[in-house]
Structure formats: C-alpha cells, structure tokens
Design a protein around this ligand. Structure first.
Ligand code: HAS
Length: 564
C-alpha cells in the first residue's frame, strides 16, 4: 500500500508540542557557545591566538564545550524532538505527558550538571571523555542522565508503533517511522556499553573509590558507543533525505524499498565497527582490527545506496520540472527558493557528505589510517559529515518545526536561504586547510598557537602555517553563516504568531513502491545485529578483560604528570 502522500496538518498534544519546542530551542541557544568556541579553535590552530586561554576559558575547556554542546547535546536533543514529531505525525498518536516531561527533565538536569562541571574547569576531557583524562563525577553523572533521559521516549514510541501495527494490518509502516525507530535501536545498542563504562569504571574512579582505571577496556567500550553514535546522528538526516527531500525538489522518492533496506542495514552494521577508531591502539589483536575494518567497508553500502537513491529522486524531480541533458538538469532544482529553504539546507549537507564519505573510506583502511590518525585530517573528515549533512539538516528542521509548532512564519527568508550555502563554503575551505595540514602531520586537539604555528616558538612548523590559516578563514566563514542562522532563529522565535500551531511534514510519494517483505519487520534485523555484535565484540572485550590490564592514574590536559 502506498504511504501517505498528503501533508495534512495535525495538532500535537500539548505536552509533546511543548517538550519538542524546548528540546529544539534550548540546544539552539547553547549552540551560540558551541559555535563561538569552534571559531576560537580555528584561531588557536592558525596561531592567531597564542595563549592558553581566552576570556578565562582555556583551550581544552573550550574544545570540550565545543564538542559536548555541538556533537552530544544539540544532536541528542534534536533526535528526541524529531522522533516525537515524526511518530506523532505519521502514527497520529499521543504520548503519556508525565513520561514525556520526565524524559525532558532528566535530559535537562544531565545537561546542566555537565555544563556546570565544564564551565567550572573540572571536566576538560573533550567530548570523547576517555581516561586517563579525569573529570569531576558531576560531569559523568550529567552525561549518564542525558543518555538515560533520551531512552525514555523510545520506550514510549515502541508501544505506539506496535499499537499502530495492530490497528493497520497489512499496511506498510511509514518510512519516516522506520527511520526513527532504527535510529533509536542503534542508540540503545550503543549506549549500553557506555553506561557500563560510565557507571562501573568512570564514576567510582572520579570519586576516588578506585585509584587507577583500565584505560584499554574503557576506550574499547567508548568506541563501541562512539561509532554507532555517528549513525545515531546521521539517521534522522536520512529520514529527511528519503521522506522529505524528493517532495521538496518537486518529485518522488525513487525507491521506497531502498530506504527501508538502508535503515535495516544500519541496525545491523552501525555498531560492530568501533575498533576502526583504535587501529593505532596497543593491546588489540590485529585480527580484531581487520575484521571490524572489513565491517566498516560494509557499513558504507547503505550510504552509497542513499547517494544513488537520492540522486535518482532528484533527477526525476528535475526532469518533471523541465530539466534536460546529462548534467544541466541539476540547474532546474529549487536551489534559490526561500520558501523551500529546507531543500537548500539538505542539499548543501549532501554535497559535503560526498566528500565526508570519501575521507571516511580512507580512514577505514588500516594502512591509510596510519597516515591520518590523530592528525587534523580527522576534524576535517567529521566537519564534512556531522558538520555537513547532519548539522545542516538539523538546523533547517529546527527552524521548520519551530515555525510550525509556534504558528510563527520563519523570518528573514532571504538571509535564511544563504545560511546553508555560506556554511557549505566555510566547511569546504576549513576542511581543505585541515586535510592538507593533517597529511603534512599536523596533530589534532593541540593548542598549535603556543608552538607549531607560532613563528616565535622553536617548535614552529612553517609547512603547516598556511593550511592552518586557511582553516581559520573557513572558520570565520562558518561563523558568519551561523550569525545569519541565529538572526533567523531569534527573529522567528520572537516574531508574531500568524497561525495556529500545527504540524505538516513534507512527505514524498514513492516512484517505485516495491513490496519487499524482508524489510517490513525489525525482528530479524535486530537478531542478526545482536549475533554480529557478539562475533565482533565478545572476543576483543574478553581479551581486554582477561589480558594484562592497561591501568593508569588520572591526568588533566594541562599537565603531563598524573593528578595527585
Ligand atoms: Fe567517520 C572518525 C570512518 C561516516 C563522524 N568520524 C570520525 C570521527 C567523527 C566521525 C566525529 O574508519 C572522529 C571521532 C574522534 O573524535 O576521534 N566515517 C567513516 C566511514 C564512514 C564515516 C567509513 N563519520 C561518518 C559519519 C559521521 C562521522 C556519517 C558523522 C555523522 N570515521 C571513520 C574512521 C574514523 C572516523 C575510520 C577514525 C579515524 C581515526 O583514525 O581516528 C562512512 O559511513 C561514510 C559513508 C558515506 C558515503 C557518502 C555517501 C554520499 C551521500 C551524498 C550524496 C550526495 C548527493 C547530492 C546525491 C559513502 C549520501 C549531490 C552531490 C554532489 C556532489 C553533486
């Protein structure tokens, strides 16, 4: 049966509407801080700031704020908000208000605790927070609460979905719902080992109950979570690209089954690949590294499928709009339509992802990883992935949902249209600079302005200077794009209401609406995922637990000596 193709407006129940709005507005405001520290990073990197701190916040504190706000808080809040909107819209369901508010309250308390620890200088442990860097227990408790709060909505959505299926026998689950349930299935798999790391290892250690920590085990558990995390970020964007983009382009989704298969493949393949972040780590057998490296090449497949399906959908749309020729049809797409600003946000992100995907494949090759690991190539890679399709689609959808759920039209539409394109340019310039510098050996997560890009230092590396400065030019362009975004965001938020709040999501019809029974049920995919996870992770974890423990005392980034 074809999925709904109309964009009928619905009213959300009061609690869901208010919580979704808060989940969108709070992190968008926090982003002002996250973006400011992103700009500072590029200035430190280019040697334009040559001190260890600016306005009382030191380099590692700022880097931690940048990563935690942008990569953990903004993304998690958005995924929960978008999940509520999608489930409520497509399944026409209501949620228990007490649970919805509790989830929000737990996430908020967690965020405030983590923010307090970072701002007071007691948690400069970066967004990866792996030991032997040690933070205050307040930070770890905050992070744990943020994660626990984000589980609750999923436990509301599962019964809503099962109820809908009972009420609609034989009807395909809407693709957007499949996408969001896949997102949170991956999230649940990924966050369980993280919970173990935080509760059993980090909190007792930070409380002083244990004097050392097994760094090898902690890093393995973190990356069990860490790479699945990137697909937790990506999948809500894929929901937008499959379900909304074709309609915004003026066409149809080329293949419904391709979207469903992509989401199911992510359930299976997103998690058992984390060791590709540890190719350089000691104490992990080469066979485990190669196996997870191989699985990493498999997890690329659903993204390639997405690239081809989205491109085919766009071509179909363009030809419907009168597009001709082998390439000329791209020009007929609605690149400059301020009313379809979501198209611009999505497309700018997708163009960046074509680059981010290629650099990811380079990272995944064990041999080539040796060249780029821990260099500035890595931030270049992730700004074209999480900073590209993920960030831009989240920003665009934040505006869209706020506009709809407040009944306020999005203000400054022309400026809004420019935001994604300026961001695209900024990321290109930034990533080009950091990629080349990385290939020349420039390290990441280093206050380069104190040494390597400071001509007054004996450690000065002239070969890195130009490329780091190019990175800073990109950083300034990105900051300009974000100034534009904040102008649009606040003008919309404080603008006048012109309509009653209502939600109407753009929904694409399928061009090929295939009936593929294999992708209609989550259970077999979840079962295969568990088996593959066991094969990929039980041996390395067993070896980390039973092998010689890699214990270490606590460190802080400001000193090479252990904390007393
Ligand atoms: Fe990655 C490190 C491998 C995808 C994020 N990655 C990171 C880190 C982050 C990150 C944050 O194997 C650093 C973590 C840290 O702090 O240490 N990554 C991959 C691979 C993929 C990949 C194979 N990464 C992502 C995504 C991210 C993300 C998605 C965030 C959302 N990554 C690695 C590896 C490392 C790593 C190693 C560790 C490196 C190290 O040594 O530390 C793949 O999933 C990528 C597949 C993607 C594609 C692209 C498909 C293209 C599409 C766009 C089509 C566009 C169209 C529009 C149609 C195959 C869908 C028209 C376009 C035109 C150009 C006209």
């Amino acid at each position: 049966m074809p999925q709904t193709a109309d964009d009928e407006a619905i009213a959300l129940d009061a609690a869901t509407r208010q919580v979704v709005l808060l989940l969108l507005i709070i992190p968008a405001i926090l982003l002002t801080l996250g973006i400011y520290h992103g700009l500072l990073q590029t200035l430190y990197g280019a040697g334009l700031i040559r001190s260890s701190s600016v306005l009382g916040l030191d380099y590692y504190q700022g880097l931690t704020l940048h990563g935690v706000i942008n990569a953990l808080v903004f993304t998690t809040y958005f995924a929960v908000a978008f999940g509520y909107a999608v489930l409520a819209y497509f399944l026409r369901c209501r949620f228990n208000a007490a649970v919805t508010w509790s989830a929000f309250a737990i996430m908020l308390v967690g965020t405030l605790l983590a923010a307090a620890a970072i701002l007071s200088g007691r948690a400069s442990v970066l967004y990866t927070f792996y030991p032997p860097l040690r933070a205050s227990p307040v930070f770890y408790v905050g992070a744990a609460l943020l994660v626990i709060g984000s589980w609750l909505p999923f436990f509301q959505w599962i019964p809503a979905y099962l109820h809908w299926r009972r009420e609609h026998p034989g009807v395909k689950t809407p693709l957007a719902v499949v996408g969001m349930l896949s997102t949170f299935t991956v999230w649940l798999f990924a966050t369980l080992p993280l919970a173990y790391e935080v509760i059993i290892q980090l909190i007792p250690w930070s409380l002083g109950l244990t004097s050392t920590i097994d760094v090898g085990l902690a890093r393995m558990l973190f990356w069990f979570f860490g790479h699945a995390l990137v697909y937790f970020w990506l999948l809500p964007s894929y929901v937008m690209f499959y379900v909304m983009l074709p309609k915004l382009a003026g066409g149809k989704l080329f293949s419904d089954a391709a979207g469903r298969l992509a989401f199911m493949l992510f359930i299976v393949l997103s998690v058992p690949v984390g060791i590709h972040h540890q190719f350089a780590d000691p104490g992990i057998a080469v066979s485990f590294k190669w196996f997870q490296g191989l699985l990493t090449f498999l997890v690329v497949l659903p993204s390639f499928m997405t690239a081809f399906t989205v491109a085919a959908s766009l071509e179909h749309a363009a030809r419907c709009r009168g597009g001709r020729g082998l390439f000329a049809w791209w020009g007929t797409l609605p690149w400059r339509d301020p009313q379809r600003y979501l198209f611009a946000y999505f497309m700018a992100g997708l163009i960046l992802f074509a680059v981010g995907g290629i650099t990811g494949i380079i990272n995944a090759s064990v041999a080539m990883n040796n060249v780029v690991h821990n260099t500035s190539w890595i931030p270049a890679h992730f700004h074209t992935t999480v900073g590209g399709p993920v960030f831009l689609s989240y920003l665009g959808m934040t505006l869209f949902l706020i506009g709809q759920l407040t009944g306020k039209p999005v203000r400054l539409p022309r400026l809004n249209l420019w935001v994604p394109y300026v961001w695209l340019l900024g990321i290109f310039v930034f990533s080009t600079g950091l990629s080349v510098a990385g290939l020349l050996g420039e390290p990441r997560r280093t206050n380069l302005g104190l040494t390597y890009t400071n001509a007054a230092s004996p450690l000065y590396e002239p070969a890195w200077a130009f490329w780091s400065q190019l990175g800073a030019v990109g950083g300034v362009i990105m900051a300009a794009a974000m100034l534009g975004f904040f102008a649009v965001f606040f003008a919309t938020l404080f603008g006048a209401r012109t309509a009653a709040p209502a939600l109407a999501l753009p929904v694409s019809e399928a061009y090929h609406d295939e009936n593929l029974p294999a992708v209609r049920n989550f259970t077999p995919w979840v079962a295969v995922a568990i088996v593959l996870l066991a094969i990929a992770y039980v041996p390395p974890i067993y070896s980390a637990v039973t092998g010689p423990p890699q214990v270490a005392p606590a460190y802080e980034p400001s000193s090479p000596l252990p904390v007393r």
